[in-house]
Design a binder for this molecule. Structure first.
Ligand code: ADP
Length: 480
């Protein structure tokens, strides 16, 4: 406030000083006719008006009129005027000065107003951008008061929603400033209230003709148009987030229902084969007690292998369900990929018995951040697939090397290869290769599980393959 007063005094003094200099110069040294002096003074008044506004220009016009009369209109050095013509000149001077400064001040005000509006539009634009970022209603509602304060340089903000009968505040002082009842009353009435003296603005939030809540802003100098635009933007963004959320929820529910039925179908189908084999073997064992040792062994072997398969199926189905509902727990630590590879080879011994294994694991590989058990599971699965889908006695290669800040592990086989179109699809849940689904048993769950595990490690999984030559499955994990 003090600075403002000092500033005004300085401007009055500067206006007087400039006028004095001009008057002095013309009076003392440059002897020109009064018209020239008059125009020079007028020019200064216009400049003052353009730079500082009407008040200073009017003041300068009065000072200039007095000085003009005193120094340049006869009788000189007196405040009287002899020739009536000069009265007219003086009056014309004063009126021109005042009107011209008024026009220039109006133009100035217009520019300021336009600038202010432009700034408000820019702020509205950036505000709307912030609003579109959020698709979660809860997060959006809590962020709106903060976005308003940040974007429009107001002191506080509150948001009330009819649907939830709840209010959201920028901070504690906004909470104290905007009682919920008052916001509710604004929402009910559907009319904005602008208390300019207290710099408080209240806006209803409207969706069409329906009022869905209210906004309260403290320290607010915004124009009514801007406030209405803010109200509409907020209402639309909340409506949008609500719709997006509802849509996502129903889509997720639909997808989850679909998955559940596909899972059930696939599992029941896959369960039937091993169960039939177990049942048939057990019945034979029971009904024919005179089987020889080798025959009994064969049947027991079938029961043993098929129950292993059942066990694996149950495990995979459970894992897919857990991955879908994000329930799978991971235990990350810095470990070496070699550990996972070695454990995987041990547990895939049975599957690998018909395939020579070629191992190429680079020395000095850095540790990676991983859940050892899960990554072992991924490698086991890739090894099982390689063994399952490639002809007996063809070798399987395991490689591990560093690529920038990742460790890349791959399993390659000399199997039938995978059609380019199918290379993406085989990572989808329950997808099984066209050529394999009838011949080789499987569930189509292994690769999607492996993909989810690798992705949860921040890595990538993929395949390169040539039909008739073989496939190379790879996955990368960031180093620890
Ligand atoms: P499953 O093996 O139970 O069918 P996966 O998810 O492990 O399920 O694999 C999906 C499909 O990917 C398989 O049905 C098969 O067509 C194809 N596939 C996977 N690994 C290989 C491989 N090493 N060689 C050729 N095809 C493969």
């Amino acid at each position: 406030m003090k600075r403002k007063i000092a500033n005004s005094i300085l401007r009055f003094a500067a206006s007087t000083a400039v006028l004095s200099v001009i008057v002095f110069v013309y009076f003392r040294w440059l002897h020109v006719n009064p018209t020239t002096v008059g125009f020079s003074l007028l020019l200064v008044i216009l400049l003052i008006s353009a730079a500082w506004g009407l008040v200073y220009a009017t003041f300068a016009a009065i000072v200039a009129t007095i000085a003009y009369n005193y120094f340049f209109l006869p009788p000189l050095l007196r405040l009287t005027i002899a020739d009536p013509q000069n009265w007219v000149a003086l009056l014309a001077f004063l009126v021109t000065a005042v009107i011209a400064s008024q026009l220039s001040a109006r133009a100035r005000r217009g520019t300021l107003y336009a600038d202010e509006r432009r700034r408000e539009v820019e702020r509205l634009y950036s505000f709307s951008q912030q609003l579109w970022l959020s698709e979660n209603v809860f997060e959006l509602l809590n962020l709106i008061p903060k976005h308003i304060v940040d974007s429009f340089a107001v002191m506080g903000a509150a948001l009330f929603l009819e649907g939830k009968q709840e209010a959201y505040f920028f901070d504690q002082s906004s909470r104290a400033q905007f009682p919920i009842d008052q916001l509710k009353a604004i929402s009910d009435r559907g009319e904005p209230v602008l208390e300019r003296d207290h710099k408080l603005c209240y806006m209803p939030l409207r969706m069409g003709v329906r009022s869905v809540g209210a906004l309260g802003l403290a320290g607010c100098n915004l124009s009514r148009e801007s406030l209405e635009a803010i109200g509409s933007l907020v209402a639309i963004s909340i409506e949008r987030a609500n719709t997006v959320e509802k849509l996502t929820r129903s889509e997720a529910a639909r997808e989850s229902d679909r998955l559940r039925s596909v899972l059930l179908d696939s599992v029941t189908h896959e369960f039937r084969t091993p169960l039939t084999a177990i049942k048939a073997s057990a019945e034979t064992l029971l009904s024919q007690p005179n089987l020889d040792h080798a025959q009994r062994d064969d049947l027991l072997q079938v029961i043993n292998e098929e129950s292993d398969r059942l066990n694996r199926l149950v495990g995979e189905a459970g894992e897919v369900a857990q991955l879908d509902s994000h329930q799978l727990q991971f235990h990350f630590e810095a470990r070496h990929i070699r550990e996972a590879i070695e454990t995987a080879i041990k547990s895939s011994q049975q599957a690998l018995r018909r395939h020579p294994l070629e191992l190429a694991v680079a020395d000095n590989l850095p540790a990676v951040r991983m859940d050892l058990e899960r990554i072992t599971e991924v490698i086991v699965h890739l090894l099982d697939n390689a063994a399952k889908y490639s002809p007996p006695d063809t070798p399987i290669h395991i490689m591990a090397e560093q690529r920038d800040s990742e460790v890349m592990t791959s399993v390659a086989d000399h199997g039938p290869g995978i059609d380019e179109m199918e290379q993406e699809m085989i990572f989808e849940k329950f997808y099984r290769g066209q050529d394999q689904r009838m011949i080789i048993q499987g569930t189509g769950m292994g690769l999607p599980i492996a993909k989810a595990i690798v992705q949860l490690h921040g890595g990538k999984i993929g395949v390169t393959s040539q039909l008739g030559r073989g496939s190379l499955f790879y996955f990368s994990i960031p180093t620890a």
